[in-house]
Design a protein around this ligand. Structure first.
Ligand SMILES: *Cc1c(COP(=O)(O)O)cnc(C)c1O
Length: 380
């Protein structure tokens, strides 16, 4: 009979003997932030202000909840693997052919599918730093090397450096605009400059997760790229402005059906569950709810930015539902003090940016708590 310790030893040697994908084994962890349970235990607060994950504090459209409660949701059925109804609704809304749209289990799955479908070991990817973690992690998992172009001292896109890095001909460019975690969006002239730098053989991925929060004069990536002649993918999501983060729906709009086919082949077949498909269609039909929520959050964002500036904390210009600012010290110290007041934020951990902190805009009362807690720290 095998004793417990011997079992452990056997497992240990089994793991040691197993060959794993070295690219995956070497991955840095995705910084998903602190669990709610741990934050409650550490802070002693039950009523946490959850300002770490860029979720929508307004919730989601009541039309979504009605659709989920209606008779259309059949949990015992496999959902449509092609997301036909949602793709057709999106195609109509965006003025593109449904054949260039691929729906994902969150747009994060589309980042993974692009990486799996397009990258192989030894290829190169260009992105920015500070970066959205998955724009680096998924390419690394495919064995690619990642070149990260730093933001300018004024917390903007370094267009000259980006142009040069893009013109060097990487296999894929991943850029979010509006930019998570920093906040600004590329204006039309800047986007056109970067598009003009793209060489044949490069796939330009524009991640517009915060598109709905951008200023009225910010470019629509799908419009700007439509006639560019380059290979591209625009990513959008229902997780942020539409408030469906927990259901997981995002999508890719591709330059042509061939790229869409490769991305669709690289995803899992039944990737988007039935509840998510129903909910996304209902959310899309209730644009008025989304627009009202965006207006509330933009106005709160500007109020919080002014309050921060009054404390000498100057946030980067934001076209999103969050603010990114230099705390002047290790931001994990600031985040720990905020947690004591029941507020969860994201202290940035990438090298060179560990004094920066990202705070999501929440409900007015949550934002008031953030401001008050920071004021205490600045005074203390
Ligand atoms: C939140 C976010 C996403 C992921 O969204 P999901 O659709 O929830 O997977 C993708 N890209 C950026 C830049 C984001 O901030």
């Amino acid at each position: 009979m095998t004793t417990a310790p011997e079992t452990a030893r056997n497992l240990g040697s089994a793991a040691a003997a197993l060959l794993v994908n070295p690219h995956v084994a070497a991955l840095p962890p995705y910084n998903a932030g602190m669990s709610l349970a741990r934050a409650r235990a550490l802070s002693g607060h039950d009523d946490l202000a959850r300002l770490a994950s860029n979720e929508n504090p307004d919730g989601c459209s009541p039309a979504v909840l009605a659709a989920l409660a209606g008779g259309g949701f059949e949990p015992w059925r496999y959902a449509d693997p092609a997301c036909t109804a949602l793709r057709e609704a999106l195609a109509k809304r965006l003025g593109v052919d449904a054949g260039v749209i691929v729906v994902g289990n969150g747009s994060e799955e589309m980042i993974a599918a692009i990486s799996r479908g397009v990258l192989v070991a030894g290829t190169q990817v260009v992105t920015v730093v500070p970066s959205f973690g998955l724009h680096e992690i998924e390419p690394l998992a495919a064995g690619a090397t990642v070149v990260k172009v730093p933001m300018t001292p004024a917390a903007g896109f370094d267009l000259v450096a980006l142009e040069a890095a893009i013109a060097a001909g990487p296999r894929v460019v991943f850029l979010s605009s509006p930019w998570n975690p920093v906040g600004p969006a590329l204006d039309l002239a800047a986007l056109r400059r970067l598009i003009a730098a793209v060489r044949p053989g490069t796939l330009f991925v524009l991640d517009e997760a915060y598109f709905e929060y951008a200023d009225a004069d910010a470019p629509d990536g799908i419009e700007a790229l439509r006639s560019s002649g380059i290979a591209y993918v625009v990513l959008r999501t229902f997780s942020k402005a539409y408030g469906l983060a927990g259901l997981r729906v995002g999508y890719a709009v591709c330059s042509d059906p061939e790229i869409a086919r490769v991305i669709a082949s690289a995803k899992t077949p039944f990737n988007v569950n039935g509840a998510a498909q129903l909910a996304a269609v209902a959310a899309l039909e209730d644009d008025a709810w989304m627009k009202a929520s965006v207006a509330r959050i933009r106005s709160e964002r500007d109020r919080v930015a002014l309050a921060l500036a009054a404390m000498g904390l100057n946030a980067a210009r934001s076209q999103t539902n969050f603010l990114f600012f230099d705390t002047g010290r290790d931001s994990s110290t600031v985040a720990a003090a905020l947690l004591q007041d029941g507020i969860i934020v994201k202290p940035w951990r990438e090298a060179g940016y560990t004094k920066w902190l990202r705070a999501t805009i929440g409900k007015p009362a949550d934002n008031d708590r953030l401001i008050a807690s920071l004021q205490k720290q600045v005074a203390g």
